[in-house]
Each structure stands twice: as structure tokens, then as C-alpha cells.
Design a protein around this ligand. Structure first.
Ligand code: LMR
Length: 400
């Protein structure tokens, strides 16, 4: 009965790892998936995560019962505080419904299923370009996906005018996906001043902000600075949605731990929204897993562990920034044609190199350097050892 099923293509991002794993070359480097690596090229489990796990294991009172449909209450409370700020009036006024979900993707999916069912506007505007999974998540949830201009290839920066024009032309009430910080794949963020203008435009048109916050603390090294865009929208008293992931900032990739928050106008509305979120979650996966959320809650609720986390987080962010300077210097030293200053201007995990599909294919074939076909490279996958190899490859791709 399944004989006619056609082979599906690999995922454009996770498929890069599949190809990398098959490559036998000792020179191979994986700059595809956004996953942090140490200077030695190894995955990193944060020390603070090990400590939190140890304390969970030592606590014999911990059981493996089902969590509530909405997840671990402590985790939800502290996740909302982390993104909206500890003194956020929206939290104090109990206007926020937060549910634990399966990392950023699961949070986006639950949020968009909720919107498709209960919100009057079914169109979501996503930036061009955006993370490849965004249109799939929203489309599968039943939303109709449109784009707004975001990145200008000519300047390798923000197309702010295009963004304002497209959001200005969006139908009133449309949902708008915003990357809270460290835009994926471009590494280009609006300035605070530009965020303020976006906020004013969106509020004046009644557009509904849906933030994807996958890199809080990773862009600047400061958890507060990286949440400024979200907090601006919450401070004006209006509604918004926020999807949080702890994959990158706590290195909990495979634990699949994240949260969806919906900021409402009143506590009563928030409580009804939460009741409906439960109806979305229960038939999807019943209730979320306990381990990752317990790690996060342990860290966020212990001052000493929290401080240690911020130090380790800053160290990861700083190492990525160092890689930016090393790559920029290496290309400058080689006299590689073109302006490469965007490597040090863009922020977060990725550099949007500007390399085209053919150049990417050349670098994979000749240099065993793997990246997504749009020319995005994960700076977190680089090390001082691999920078010269990458610079040689880019130089050859550009001059070849
Ligand atoms: C990425 O963009 O590489 C990450 O967010 C990993 C993923 O799931 O695609």
C-alpha cells in the first residue's frame, strides 16, 4: 500500500548534517546547523546544566509523573520573567498565559494552531528571508503565509524602508513574525530606534506580533538587551505572542525545551486563552517532557546557578564574536575581493555570507565545508583551527 510513496527531500538545514556525516574527509567542517561547538569543535554541555542535573538526580523526592498539559509551573513562571523582565507589569497583572512546549518549533506550532483556531486573521507575515522551518510550521497549522521585505542583499543590511512599506500594506489584524534578536539566517537586526518605529506602525494598524526568541543572551551576551524588542511591545499594554527556546542559550538542543507565552489585555482573558492552549496541546502530545524543563527551572530559580549561567552564556557569545573577527581578518589578509565587513556587523549565531548556491556547492565539494545553500554559515561551528581553511575556501570560491 505504500509502494507509490515518493522519496522526500532532506531538510535544507538538518540535511546538511546528514551529508556532513557521510563525508570521510578529515578536513570536513559543519557550518550548517546552528549548534554551538567549543574551540575543539565539540558540542558543549554547560557546567551549570551538569550541576542542575546532578541536583535533580540527588533529589530522591523527584518522580517521573506526568506534568500538567501546560507543563512545569515553575518553568513557565520563570520563562515569562526571563523574556518579559522580572518586574513586567503584564506578569504582575497575570495577563500572560505561558505553556511549556517542545523548544522553539513546538512553541511556534502551538501558538499558530491556537491562532488558526481562535484569531480572526489567518495571514502571517514572515520576513524575507527567514528560518526555513517558519513557513512550514505556520502552513501546517493552517495559517496563510505572506512575506515582508527584510534583508537587502545590496547593503547586506536591513531593508527598513521595504519592511515599513510591506507591513504598512498588510491587512489590519494580520499576524507578523518577528525575530526577537539575532535574525536567522541574516544576523541583521533592527536598531532600537527602528524597533520603535516598527512597533508604532504595527500598533497603529492592529498587526499582531508573534516573536520568535531563539537566541536570548546569544546575540549580545546580555539576556536583557536581547529581549528589548519584545519588552517594547509588552510595555505598550498590547497583545503579543512569544516563542522561547532554550536550545542555544542553555545548550539544551535535544531536550526540546521551550515556552509559548501569550500576553493578553486582562487576567481573565489570559486564563481563557490558557484553557484553549490546553485543548491544542492535549491531542498533539498530551503533555511536555519533564527533564529539560526541570533543568531550566532549577537554574532560573537559584541565584548562584543563574549567575553561573550568564557567565557561561556570555563566554559562548564572546567566542562567536571572536570567530567573526578572525574570519574577517583572515579574508582581509588574503585580499579576498569584496567587502566582508558584514561578517563583523551581523550578530548572533550566523553570518549571511552573500555566497551563492554555486559557490556553496564548490566549497562543499572542494573544501568539505558544509553550509546551507543560501550561504549561511554558523559562526558557532567555527574555531581558530578551522578559520584559515574556511577563509581559503571563500577566497577560492570568490576568485575561482
Ligand atoms: C538552525 O537554524 O540551524 C537551527 O535553528 C536548527 C534548526 O532546527 O534548524
Amino acid at each position: 500500500v505504500f509502494a507509490s510513496i515518493v522519496q522526500a527531500p532532506e531538510d535544507p538545514i538538518l540535511g546538511v548534517t546528514v551529508a556532513y556525516n557521510k563525508d570521510q574527509s578529515p578536513l570536513k567542517v559543519n557550518l550548517g546547523v546552528g549548534a554551538y561547538r567549543t574551540e575543539e569543535g565539540k558540542p558543549l554541555v554547560l557546567n551549570v546544566v551538569r550541576r542542575a542535573e546532578q541536583s535533580l538526580v540527588n533529589d530522591r523526592s523527584r518522580v517521573k509523573e506526568y506534568l500538567p498539559i501546560t507543563g512545569l509551573a515553575d518553568f513557565n513562571r520563570s520563562s515569562a520573567k526571563l523574556i518579559f523582565g522580572a518586574n513586567s507589569p503584564a506578569i504582575q497583572e497575570k495577563r500572560v498565559a505561558t505553556v511549556q512546549c517542545l523548544s522553539g518549533t513546538g512553541s511556534l506550532r502551538v501558538g499558530s494552531e491556537f491562532l488558526a483556531k481562535h484569531y480572526h486573521q489567518r495571514t502571517i507575515y514572515i520576513p524575507l528571508p527567514t528560518w526555513g522551518n517558519h513557513p512550514k510550521v505556520f502552513g501546517m497549522a493552517g495559517l496563510s503565509v505572506s512575506t515582508y521585505r527584510y534583508y537587502d542583499p545590496a547593503t547586506r543590511g536591513l531593508d527598513f524602508q521595504g519592511l515599513l512599506e510591506d507591513l504598512g500594506a498588510a491587512p489590519s489584524g494580520a499576524i507578523v513574525l518577528l525575530h526577537a534578536c539575532a535574525h536567522n539566517p541574516t544576523g541583521v537586526d533592527p536598531t532600537l530606534d527602528q524597533w520603535e518605529k516598527i512597533r508604532q506602525l504595527m500598533r497603529s494598524k492592529g498587526l499582531l506580533p508573534f516573536f520568535d526568541s531563539a537566541y536570548q543572551g546569544f546575540a549580545s551576551g546580555s539576556l536583557d538587551a536581547d529581549a528589548e524588542s519584545v519588552r517594547m511591545f509588552v510595555a505598550d499594554g498590547g497583545e503579543c505572542l512569544a516563542a522561547q527556546s532554550y536550545a542555544k542559550n542553555m545548550g539544551l538542543y535535544g531536550e526540546r525545551v521551550g515556552a509559548l507565552s501569550i500576553v493578553c489585555k486582562t487576567a481573565d482573558v489570559a486564563s481563557r486563552v490558557e484553557s484553549q492552549l490546553k485543548l491544542v496541546i492535549r491531542p498533539m502530545y498530551s503533555n511536555p517532557p519533564i527533564h529539560g524543563a526541570s533543568i531550566v527551572a532549577t537554574i532560573l530559580n537559584d541565584r548562584e546557578l543563574y549567575n553561573e549561567w550568564t557567565i557561561e552564556l556570555k563566554a559562548m557569545a564572546d567566542r562567536i564574536i571572536t570567530m567573526r573577527y578572525q574570519l574577517f581578518d583572515a579574508l582581509t589578509a588574503r585580499g579576498t575581493p569584496g567587502d566582508w565587513s558584514h561578517i563583523i556587523k551581523q550578530i548572533g549565531m550566523f553570518t549571511f555570507t552573500g555566497l551563492n548556491k554555486e559557490q556553496v556547492a564548490f566549497m562543499i565539494r572542494e573544501y568539505h565545508i558544509y553550509m546551507t545553500s543560501d550561504g549561511r554559515i554558523s559562526m558557532a561551528g567555527l574555531s581558530s583551527r578551522t578559520v584559515p581553511h574556511l577563509a581559503d575556501a571563500i577566497h577560492a570560491a570568490v576568485t575561482g
